[in-house]
Design a binder for this molecule. Structure first.
Ligand SMILES: Cc1ncc(COP(=O)(O)O)c(C=O)c1O
Length: 375
């Protein structure tokens, strides 16, 4: 059997990793400033993380959601504490798309409605509802296209107001648009969305799949504003590579047995991974490091005349250049051994390093960038 060929691959195979470093089969060392799409939050193979998962596996790795699992309760408690959403309820699943799919389903169950308002250039995942609220016709199959979705431009208060009526089940938005190229919703836009949701009996869903887990310097990106969404989704950095995702649900939304479900969600290993991540974020004060290193990286990027704009927050950074960055990214990878990310905006280079990244590691990137831009 061959692999179904959907991913264009770099001819590099990492076989070992630690912190922000990767090594390939030939022993070449790479600096990872992308974390495999924002997944690596506490650093590759962090010893606390490895030990917690290994210890858990020695005891029990998995049983289904038909039995009690106190690790889930511990995780709900810790996640409530670190995020400040103490009174919210937690549904555990395995991927970002699954978290958003369940968030949309919950909103529809709760309101009895099905129209969704989403934002242009949004990316919410590839399952049926999640891809329907994703603004990319290329990845929406006919099967996914019958959902009732209206897209409005980011930060357009008038279009947002006009889109709302009493038929709306939910408004969904990313904390910061990542795949699009690092576009942040304005506090006014979020405030208006929140009040329109309240006024029209709709659910406010905040997708923090990429921007959550401390990446922006606060646990969730929307916590740089004063809004309080009804549902928040989280994945990627939550498990530092172990597939684990969350739906945080306002106490106003009631549950009933059978309403949602999953075989793998919240299994023992997933909980151990997520608990280790929260413990490391706390012990190493990684949200502060995300802010300090993020500010440093943004400032240094702004000093390059080829950079038109630096967007994002903390360690979720997009630098828009005067030109498409594909060649620059290839040179950084193959000549300087540094992983960076792309975006739908072809001129934008994305940096999504581990929250443990150091000034020295960032300087290594800036030295390489200087060399390439001066060629
Ligand atoms: C904001 C956002 N939501 C959802 C997803 C989908 O997550 P997953 O690939 O884990 O399904 C992504 C993935 O990039 C994302 O960036």
């Amino acid at each position: 059997m061959e692999l179904f060929d959907v991913y264009p691959l770099y001819p590099i195979e990492p076989v070992k990793a630690l912190g922000s470093k990767l090594w390939d089969k030939e022993g070449n060392e790479y600096l990872d400033l992308y974390g495999g799409h924002a997944v690596i939050s506490v650093g590759h193979s962090h010893p606390t993380y490895v030990k917690r998962i290994a210890d858990q596996l020695q005891r029990i790795g998995f049983y289904s959601n038909a039995v009690e699992n106190s690790l889930q309760k511990e995780l709900a408690h810790q996640l409530g504490e670190v995020s400040g959403y103490i009174d919210y309820n937690l549904f555990l699943c395995s991927t970002g798309a699954e978290a958003n799919e369940n968030a949309l389903k919950l909103a529809s169950f709760h309101t009895g409605k099905k129209k969704i308002i989403a934002v242009e250039n949004a990316f919410h995942g590839r399952t049926s509802g999640a891809v329907a609220v994703t603004h990319n016709p290329k990845i929406i199959a006919p099967f996914n296209s019958s959902h009732e979705v209206q897209f409005i431009p980011m930060n357009d208060l008038m279009e947002l107001t006009l889109a709302f009526d009493d038929e709306v089940a939910a408004f969904i938005i990313e904390g910061i648009q990542g795949v699009a190229g690092l576009y942040t919703p304005s506090p006014e836009f979020l405030q208006l969305a929140q009040s329109l949701c309240k006024g029209h009996g709709a659910v406010f869903i905040m997708d923090e799949v990429q921007s959550g887990a401390g990446r922006t310097g606060k646990f969730f990106a929307h916590q740089h504003t004063s809004v309080k969404p009804d549902i928040i989704t989280l994945a990627k950095g939550m498990g530092n590579g172990f597939p684990v995702a969350s739906v945080l649900i306002s106490p106003e939304i009631e549950s009933w047995h059978g309403m949602l479900g999953t075989t793998f969600g919240g299994n023992h290993l997933a909980c151990a991974a997520a608990l280790a991540v929260l413990e490391i974020i706390d012990e190493e004060d990684l949200m502060s490091n995300a802010k300090v290193m993020g500010d440093y990286a943004s400032k240094r990027l702004q000093s390059f005349s080829e950079v038109i704009q630096v967007r994002g927050q903390g360690l979720m950074i997009g630098a828009e250049f005067e030109f498409p960055v594909a060649d620059l990214r290839k040179k950084l990878l193959f000549e300087h051994k540094i992983f960076t990310g792309s975006a739908a905006n072809k001129n934008t280079l994305r940096l999504l390093p581990s929250l443990t990244v150091t000034k020295e590691e960032l300087d290594q990137f800036f030295d390489a960038l200087k060399v390439e831009l001066n060629k």
